[in-house]
Ligand binder design. Sequence first.
Ligand code: UD1
Length: 431
Amino acid sequence: MDRIRIVGGHALNGSIEISGAKNAALPLMIASLLTDEALTLENLPRLADVNLLVRILGNHGVDFSINGKRPGEATIAGQTVHLRAERIVDTTAPYNLVSKMRASFWVVAPLLARMGEARVSLPGGCAIGTRPVDLLLMVLERLGAQVDIESGYVIAKAPRGLKGAEIDFPKVTVGGTHTALMAAALAQGSTVIHNPAREPEIVDLADCLIKMGAKIKGAGSPVIEIEGVGRLGGARHAVLPDRIETGTYAMAVAMTGGDVVLKGARPELLQGALDILGHTGAMVSASDEGLRVRRDGGGIDPVDITTEPFPGFPTDLQAQFMALMTMSQGTSRIRETIFENRFMHVSELTRLGARIRLDGDAAIVQGVERLKGAPVMATDLRASVSLVIAALAAEGETLVNRVYHLDRGFEHLEHKLGQCGAEIERLSNPG
Ligand code: UD1
């Protein structure tokens, strides 16, 4: 199993190319199931989760091809791919695939909308909590599907097609909103979604669906209106830049010091988090190429945060922000309101010398003057990158084990940080 070795204490200087967003790429790829024509996606990141979804979609009959691939090319710019589900050959998504990646459960909506039936394994729990799908099933039922659960599978049927309806989410859910968008796009009549997720990735999916012929108004606002259409066609769409990757590298620079331009980043996608970063003392500014982040000399000021649905502080940046706060000049309180168990990184950060106390849904972080390298274990995607950030600022060597979590969501992490002066390498097949 691969490990990442980091020797901390180097400032980051240079530029980093921001990849296409994983959390936009996955629903966009799944949307290819809605049409028999080709969906072309530009700027698709090279990630383990993307590769896994290619396999899952392939199982349903989606043909996948990559454009302009030049062997040996060192570029890390996003790839252009074509997905075509000319014929759906199987409406079952089996446990052995869905259990590896929760977002693959979302295939239920396009399969049901296009084929009138879907049989999709329940995804099960994961390291950050129970993560139910009750609201996704509520959406399908509201749109007229009959939904049963048998032997760990959701069996959804709508032999005469889905019908538009009012959907009122009692809780903001990204997956629930993706599900509603994809299902309602092909339903008969109109659907109104109240209290949808407003994340940029929702807007990106809606934009792509509109290019495919869907009639959607209001994505990104508190109410979305969809007028169902009989069929959708092919389209070409560029995946939006990854705001979580952007925020992650911004926090790394804020922690190590230095001056880095995050090329292709769109600051407005994470303005709330960037404002917070500014309060810690980092200098954050939009540039022609994307986003510039600097910190010179001064200490890190403590700032309290609470994770919230967009446009609030994203839960997917909570662990990284906590890493930054471990070396602040004071005490900060980090409250997690989205996921119940998303503090797996606390014990690992403590191994590096951080002083963190858990208090219900909050972590109280008492800044320390220095962290010291140690072997640590990645537990989930965002938690593991928080360990990388802390290790970049720690004295001496840190070995991050179980890096497959990182490969799920961060494209060329070692390369991107290494070219900015970090001492970081991947160790394959340790003896
Ligand atoms: C997506 C993101 C993930 C991010 C999360 C919140 C992808 C691939 N993943 O996950 O990175 O951390 O949004 O921004 O885009 N909930 C229910 N019932 C449901 C569905 C959700 O109670 O049926 C709850 C969840 O347990 C959680 C909250 O709603 O407490 C938000 O979850 P949700 O927005 O659905 O997260 P995901 O879409 O799974």
